[in-house]
Design a protein around this ligand. Structure first.
Ligand code: GLU
Length: 479
């Protein structure tokens, strides 16, 4: 049975790259009716930035990527959080020590780092020849017992090559001579990512390891561990690099791919998932919109692409707009209202007014929090006109009379409803001998400060007579 896993470290904000790894692993398993496992890699304890609960909540509740095994869904008595598996890693390190394939290293980290720095300043390759490699095991054990600080390192071969077949990138070979003896257990007693990851993938029966191709260069280290520990190799599926259209490679420090930020701004989980499914996977049809179930049906390793792909926030915005416009009215209102409430005081507004305002933008909203921006004109008394608006208002002799007539019409309108407003606009056009285009544009500019926007009659309806009169008077004062 196909078994994949998502194995996030908790060392950075959750970003598009993390979610892409989770999604692809999930799709690969579910396409084959297999199992998807969540494992928390928290062995870099000093750098943990998010809690496992936050991550699990996001995966399960926000993105609906349900896992079959993982924290709170343990199979037998397996732990899925690495910091709870320290004894397991230790026992495997001991096995390697016993076989003479690993050794205790007492080298001081500071001296080692200084040597590394010096080599890099001198632009020299640095390959640490560890003097501890030849210390006898008895002597080493005595030093450990005496309380000396140590790490455990794996003896790497000094020559030869190691190869593997990647399901996306094909056959790849590495020279062993470039490898330093890798640390398995750090001086704080925690395993390194490489060591824990290989052990866990093997013990958790992972059949397909999917990860970003930034890990490709570490493959010889993993492969040598599979060999030393006598574990069968899983299949490897490396996913293409995600580049940021504006800023180069995606890193954990870029902010516009931060999932929490995106969700807070009002990007929908379905839009995010749909968009990132296409980051490195090509369905080879014209279909762009996929539900999660459709992705499961269509997903196929052979359609994973090799070339780096581009994270383009504009494309994500486009997907998001599509999904917002497809919501039913009530869903849309529930989704957007908090963003409005967050910024404006709605106490003296009726439910009907609020709903009408929200719905005015339904087909045009790019993300939830944008509602506060686009509806700003409904929460101010006066509109400040920019240069282009002012020069338009001065470009034609008819304009003052359009405004004057419009004002008179509003003042005499006793029933402020959509139909009356439309008739009123028509009368202004006829009485001033203007065109519809000119009448509407003039009024729109004076009332909204914009050259374009949503249906004018609906805007006027929501604005109410007194506010409109004030804005019109304000611009009549210009002449
Ligand atoms: N903990 C690693 C990370 O978050 C996992 C990489 C892998 O999938 O092996 O990047």
């Amino acid at each position: 049975m196909t078994r994949t896993r998502f194995a996030p470290s908790l060392t950075g904000h959750l970003h598009i790259g993390n979610l892409r790894s989770a999604l692809f692993a999930y799709l690969l398993a579910k396409h084959d009716d297999g199992e998807f496992i969540l494992r928390i890699e928290d062995t870099n304890s000093s750098k943990i930035l998010i809690s496992p609960e936050e991550l699990i909540n996001m995966l399960l509740n926000t993105f609906q990527l349900t896992y079959d095994e993982g924290p709170k869904k343990e199979r037998d008595s397996t732990e899925y959080i690495q910091s709870k598996r320290l004894d397991i890693y230790k026992s495997y390190a001991e096995k390697l020590l016993k076989k003479g394939e690993a050794y205790y290293c007492f080298c001081d980290k500071k001296t080692l780092n200084a040597k590394r720095m010096k080599a890099s300043e001198e632009k020299q390759n640095f390959l640490y020849e560890d003097p501890c490699r030849i210390i006898g095991i008895e002597e080493a054990k005595n030093r450990v017992l005496a309380g000396e600080s140590y790490t455990i390192r794996q003896k790497m071969p000094r020559s030869g090559q190691i190869s593997f077949h990647d399901l996306v990138y094909g056959d790849i070979t590495f020279d062993n001579s470039t490898l330093e003896d890798q640390i398995l257990i750090k001086s704080d007693g925690f395993p390194t990512y490489n060591f824990a990851n290989v052990i866990d993938d093997a013990l958790m029966d992972i059949t397909h390891v999917t990860r970003g191709c930034e890990y490709l260069s570490s493959m010889p280290k993993y492969l040598l561990l599979y060999e030393a520990l006598n574990f069968p190799r899983p299949e490897f599926v490396h996913l293409p690099l995600i580049k940021n259209k504006e800023k180069g490679n995606l890193t954990k420090t870029n902010k516009d791919d931060d999932l929490i930020d995106l969700l807070n701004q009002g990007f929908l989980p379905c839009a995010i998932l749909n968009y990132i499914a296409l980051l490195g996977w090509n369905p080879r049809t014209n279909q762009e919109f996929f539900t999660l179930q459709e992705l499961i049906n269509e997903f196929d390793i052979s359609k994973i692409t090799k070339r780096p792909c581009c994270y383009d926030i504009k494309k994500l915005v486009w997907f998001n707009k599509h999904y917002i416009s497809k919501m039913n009215d009530q869903e849309y209102i529930n989704f957007t209202r908090p963003y409005l409430e967050n910024v404006y005081n709605l106490k003296d507004k009726t439910e009907e007014w609020i709903n009408n305002l929200l719905l005015l933008f339904k087909k045009h909203l790019h993300f939830g929090s944008e509602i506060a921006l686009v509806s700003n004109l409904f929460f101010r008394e006066i509109i400040v006109l920019d240069e282009t608006c002012i020069s338009y208002l001065r470009s034609d002799e008819l304009i003052p009379s359009i405004l004057k007539t419009f004002k008179e019409e509003i003042e005499t309108c006793s029933d402020w409803n959509l139909q009356n407003i439309e008739e009123l606009l028509k009368r202004v056009e006829l009485k001033t001998n203007s065109t519809k285009e000119k009448t509407y544009r003039t009024i729109r500019i004076v009332v909204t400060g914009l050259n374009y926007g949503r249906e004018l009659s609906k805007i006027l309806f929501l604005l109410e007579q007194q506010t409109i009169i004030k804005r019109v008077e304000n611009s009549i004062g210009m002449y």
